[in-house]
Design a protein around this ligand. Structure first.
Ligand code: ZN
Length: 360
């Protein structure tokens, strides 16, 4: 039985902790980092390779999978795990963030967000209810509530406050719909539902939002709307402010953060889960993290005669196989996709090692 979805094993220091998140696809050790498989795949890397980096959970994007191929097709093919060949838990975002950042948004109303499907040109509405339905049809194990993302106007107090209030009303609707859609499932068969805290950089709004989310019938607490362009100092101040307010019986997820030093800081402030496109996106552009969070760009011509591996102290497939910096530099120049694959594997492993250090 999954009565308690989060189990804390020990405190590492004041707020940092290690434990387990129990999902219907098994227990996951926390803290952990989720590679992003936007359209079902981690770009250019196979599930076996992703698993070998130490990843336990994948994140996929509801918006992208809804637009193409559509949840009906994924469901018909046996669900996302059957479709993308990842056997571990999958978290899906609610679609909210992408609707705001990518789609041609027509209208935000109390009902939901209306936008134009870039493929068909048709009007589409994503609502709290339809977001729950899409995520459940995809076969997600961790479902995110549909939130109102204030986006670039986060310095606009009125808009930030309106987004918090709407996010709360939408969360109540998500909880009702989620319960309806999962009522025939046993406790250990149902996916988990996470609520999202908004409030921009306003401490009062953030506190109010966190308290509201934690009062709801949810399995995890996500911090949204950070790492969206504010300074690192401002993000750290907010993470520090929130650290004393979390419900310790719930898992805490900081959305969209993937810089090594930010992950360390956030773990020290009580965060258990992360996701980010950074390790794979940077990798495809030639950028790798090595010892002490230094970054190298392997496209740089200074590496063209470098016999060394990416990082001599690394245990990833790419480094252990002795692929040299010179070879990677050459592959990048030749535009061979193997280059981005090998650097993605290395960068993913780099972030997993940070989480493992805290867990061990
Ligand atoms: Zn490596």
């Amino acid at each position: 039985m999954l009565e308690k979805h989060y189990q804390q094993v020990r405190h590492i220091n004041k707020f940092a902790r290690s434990g387990f998140l129990n999902t219907r696809r098994g227990a996951v050790k926390t803290p952990f980092f989720m590679p992003v498989a936007t359209r079902g795949a981690v770009k250019g890397v196979t599930p076996t390779e992703v698993l070998a980096t130490g990843a336990q959970v994948l994140l996929s994007n509801t918006y992208h999978l809804h637009i193409q191929p559509g949840e009906e097709i994924v469901k018909k093919l046996g669900g996302l795990h059957e479709f993308n060949r990842w056997e571990g838990p999958i978290l899906t975002d609610s679609g909210g963030f992408q609707v705001y950042s990518l789609a041609n948004v027509r209208k935000i109303t109390e009902g939901g967000v209306e936008f134009i499907d870039p493929n068909s040109g048709k009007k589409v509405l994503i609502s709290p209810e339809s977001s729950m339905k899409i995520q459940i049809e995809l076969g997600s194990d961790i479902i995110m509530a549909f939130d109102d993302v204030p986006g670039l106007s986060r310095n606009d107090k009125k808009r930030t406050s309106e987004a918090v209030e709407r996010t709360h009303r939408w969360l109540e609707r998500c909880v009702i719909e989620f319960k309806k859609l999962t009522k025939n499932l046993k406790e250990d068969e149902r996916p988990l539902l996470f609520g999202i805290v908004q409030g921009g950089l306003d401490e009062k709004l953030r506190k109010k939002s966190l308290e509201f989310v934690q009062s709801q019938s949810i399995d995890g607490v996500a911090i949204g709307g950070l790492s969206v362009g504010e300074s690192r100092e401002k993000m750290y101040l907010m993470l520090n402010f929130l650290s004393t307010l979390y419900d310790p019986t719930k898992v805490h997820y900081l959305m969209g953060v993937g810089e090594p030093k930010d992950i360390r800081y956030a773990i020290e402030k009580g965060i258990d889960m992360f996701d980010c496109v950074l390790p794979t996106r940077n990798g495809r552009h030639g950028s790798v993290w090595i010892d002490k969070d230094q970054r190298l760009n392997l496209k740089n011509s200074r590496f063209k005669g470098d016999k060394g591996v990416i990082d001599g102290g690394c245990d990833c497939y790419s480094c252990q196989s002795n692929f040299s910096r010179a070879f990677l530099n050459h592959l990048f120049k030749a535009k061979d996709p193997l280059a981005g694959r090998l650097t993605s594997i290395h960068n993913l492993r780099y972030l997993q090692k940070i989480c493992e250090e805290y867990r061990e």
